[in-house]
Structures are given as structure tokens and as C-alpha cells.
Design a protein around this ligand. Structure first.
Ligand code: NAD
Ligand code: DAU
Length: 354
């Protein structure tokens, strides 16, 4: 008798969003076997999911989606019913330094995974699903008004968003050409615990704590739509179970902030939490050279997923931001280790006898 109802592959589960998705699925669905495939790049950290180690329905496999031979054997080893694909190079600034790394993982890696799924499922696509996690950045940049809908034409500007757009096109093409049951969601900026401190919020929390300068790009008048990471994981759960293959869904926070307003809020909250004089953290702000190709404004119209599945954000922004700051302040060791590469040693130690 089969021990589990389904076996689901989550790629990139040691990263920021992937770790929250894994935790939700492993705990909520004991009847599913959840396999986490991650290459453990600088952004992948097994400490993020330490609490899942040893769970009966959870398996970690170290592997690289750029390696198609590895994927072929891997799909033969596990008889996957579904794939939730999060593994990616995810930082815009890094993509400006090294675009090819983004093509290799985000485009070629995704096509490798699509091929592996298509081959493994070729006799029967029924009840299978390839779910690709994408970003609102594929839509480009908005003016002062308007929202990204699922019909907004793609217009990426950074090598990161271009690579995500290309991967989305490939996923859609595998659905349309081969009938592979595939779905895509495009989400706005996530924030929360376990985000690598190269991204705005964790970087600035770290810098405020250590009285270091806060490098705000350009004039700081760039707008992002922020969503608490656990609300994204909830949306992924709903879409995996109830989304329509072939469809695209936008996910967002209905929560726009200019970077400078967000940084001010962060400074004021941190002053209170650290018992510092009001206004002292704002003095750390420095306006620095802008990011090339910097998109002016992102804002998501998430009415489709709300209408069809009843999803909406559950965590209010100030509450989520406050929780997030508390997490980083309480997990200073985590922050020190990920910034020092110590967590690679943790991996070697944890897995040396396996
Ligand atoms: P992250 O950088 O924190 O994590 C990425 C994970 O993928 C890491 O664990 C890394 O080790 C793994 N990985 C990278 N290259 C790999 C490879 N070649 N093979 C196997 N594993 C590999 O990223 P994140 O912020 O958690 O983003 C996850 C996904 O969600 C990405 O696809 C990203 O484009 C998308 N997304 C992110 C946001 C956001 O705000 N962070 C918003 C919308 C969509
Ligand atoms: O919109 C979804 C995207 O959000 C995801 O697809 C990406 O993976 C994720 O990294 C994020 O991209 P952004 O470029 O919006 O995030 P980042 O945290 O890098 O920057 C947020 C804003 O803050 C952006 O306008 C650039 C600005 N910024 C960022 C950093 C790191 C600064 O002003 N200073 C900084 O030091």
C-alpha cells in the first residue's frame, strides 16, 4: 500500500519563501510526502527549516536544477504528483552583475525541470501539476496610477525579471504545446523572517541595529507592494489545490509604499524597539546612486485570486513589519551566520554521515 497520498517536489525550499511554503505543507498535509530539492547556493540555508528535519513526510535532497541528468534520475527515484517550483536566483542587483547566472538557473533550470516533469508524466498528465512561482517584476513598471492584472503585457527591465519572464513563457509554452498541466502565479514583494539580508528590509534592519548607513537608491520615490511571506505561502497552498491549470494568478498585498516612507517607518519602529531616541535611526539614511533600470512602481491587482478562491492578505503591514523586526532582532546569530558563510558548515556537519 502507498504510504502517502501524493509526493510533491518543492524546489528552492531552503530559501526565503520556499522555507515557509515547506513548513506549511509538511505540517498541514501529513498525508503528502514533501521532497525539498535545493542546491544550497548562498541563499539556501537548511537552518531555515531545521524544525522539519526528522519529520516522517519530509525529505531533503541536495541537487541542482541546472543539471538535467541529475533531474532525470531524481524524477525516476520519486514518483512526483506535483511540482512547486521556487528555486531561482532572486536578487535584482546580483542579476545586473552576473546576468548569465540568472539565465542558467531561472531559464535553463526551469526548462530542465519542465522536461523532467513532461518525461516522467508523459503516459498520463491527469492529476499532475507543475506550479511555477513567479514575480510581478515581469510586468515592468507602472506610472503613478494603475495596477498589474493577469492581462498586463510582459515588459521586464532587469536581467532578473527578463529571466523570470522567459521562464514564465516556457512554462506556458509547455502547457500550450504539450498539454503539461501547469500554472503560474506572479507575486509582489515578500517580507518576513528568513529573508537573505541583501534585500531591502532585512538589510536595513541589520544596518539600523549596527548603526550602519542605510543606502536608499536614487530619490527613494520607488513604490513596491509588500506582502507578508506567510500570506504568499497560503496563496500557494490554495492555488496548488484549487488553481486552474493553464491559468495565471496575481498575488499582492494591496499595500503600496514608497521606499523612503517604508524606511522611515522601519527606522521609527526600530527606535522604539531598541529604546533609542526618536528620529535617531533616520539619521543613518543616505541617498546613493540609483539601481540601473530601476522600475518605478509595482502594484498588483489581486482580485482574481480573491474572487475565485477567496484569498486575501491576513497580516496587516505594520503588524507584519513589527513581527519581522522582532524575528531578526531575536535571531541575530542566524543573521551573523548567513552573512559569514557559517551556515555552509552547518550543512556539512548535519549531512556528513548521510
Ligand atoms: P531565495 O533567493 O531566498 O531562495 C532561492 C532558493 O533557490 C535558495 O534556497 C537556493 O539555494 C535555491 N536555488 C538557487 N539556484 C538553484 C539551483 N540551480 N538548483 C536548485 N536550487 C537552487 O529566493 P526567494 O526570495 O525565496 O524566492 C523564491 C521564488 O519566488 C523565486 O522564484 C522568486 O523569483 C520568486 N518570488 C520572490 C519574491 C520575493 O519578494 N522574494 C516575490 C515574488 C516571487
Ligand atoms: O516584486 C517582487 C520582487 O521583489 C521579487 O521578484 C524579487 O525576487 C525580490 O528581490 C524583490 O525585488 P526588489 O528589487 O523589489 O527588492 P529589493 O529588496 O532588492 O529592493 C526593494 C526596493 O528597495 C527597490 O526599489 C530597490 C530599493 N533598495 C534596495 C536595496 C537592497 C534600496 O533603495 N536600497 C537597497 O540597499
Amino acid at each position: 500500500m502507498k504510504k502517502f497520498d501524493k509526493t510533491i517536489l518543492v524546489t528552492g525550499g531552503a530559501g526565503f519563501i520556499g522555507s515557509h511554503v515547506l513548513r506549511l505543507f509538511v505540517n498541514k498535509y501529513p498525508q503528502y510526502q514533501i521532497v525539498n530539492l535545493d542546491a544550497l547556493t548562498y541563499a539556501g540555508n537548511l537552518e531555515n527549516i531545521k524544525d522539519l528535519e526528522g519529520k516522517d513526510n519530509y525529505v531533503f535532497e541536495k541537487g541542482d536544477i541546472r543539471d538535467k541528468n541529475f533531474l532525470k534520475n531524481f524524477f525516476e527515484k520519486y514518483n512526483f504528483d506535483g511540482v512547486i517550483h521556487l528555486a531561482a536566483e532572486s536578487h535584482v542587483d546580483r542579476s545586473i552583475e552576473n546576468p548569465l547566472a540568472f539565465v542558467e538557473t531561472n531559464v535553463i533550470g526551469t526548462v530542465n525541470l519542465l522536461n523532467a516533469a513532461k518525461e516522467a508524466w508523459k503516459d498520463n498528465f491527469k492529476d499532475k501539476l507543475f506550479y511555477h512561482i513567479s514575480t510581478d517584476e515581469v510586468y515592468g513598471s507602472l506610472g503613478k496610477t494603475g495596477l498589474f492584472t493577469e492581462e498586463t503585457p510582459y515588459d521586464p527591465h532587469s536581467p532578473y525579471s527578463a529571466s523570470k519572464a522567459a521562464s514564465d513563457h516556457f512554462v506556458r509554452s509547455y502547457h500550450d504545446t504539450y498539454g503539461l498541466p501547469a500554472l503560474i502565479s506572479n507575486c509582489s514583494n515578500n517580507y518576513g523572517p528568513n529573508q537573505f539580508p541583501e534585500k531591502l528590509i532585512p538589510l536595513f534592519v541589520h544596518n539600523i541595529k549596527n548603526n550602519k548607513e542605510l543606502p536608499v537608491y536614487g530619490d527613494g520615490q520607488y513604490t513596491r507592494d509588500w506582502l507578508y511571506v506567510i500570506d504568499h505561502a497560503r496563496a500557494i497552498d490554495m492555488l496548488f489545490h484549487q488553481g486552474k491549470p493553464g491559468d495565471t494568478y496575481n498575488i499582492g498585498g494591496f499595500n503600496e509604499f514608497t521606499n523612503i516612507d517604508l524606511v522611515h517607518l522601519l527606522c521609527d519602529l526600530m527606535d522604539k524597539k531598541l529604546g533609542r531616541e526618536e528620529g535617531s535611526s533616520r539619521k543613518l539614511i543616505r541617498f546613493v546612486k540609483d539601481r540601473p533600470g530601476h522600475d518605478k512602481r509595482y502594484a498588483i491587482d489581486a482580485s482574481k485570486i480573491n474572487r475565485e478562491l477567496g484569498w486575501k492578505p491576513s497580516v496587516d503591514f505594520e503588524e507584519g513589519l513589527s513581527r519581522t523586526i522582532d524575528w531578526y532582532l531575536e535571531n541575530e546569530e542566524w543573521l551573523n551566520r548567513v552573512t559569514s558563510g557559517e551556515y555552509q558548515k552547518y550543512y556539512e556537519q548535519m549531512y556528513k554521515d548521510r
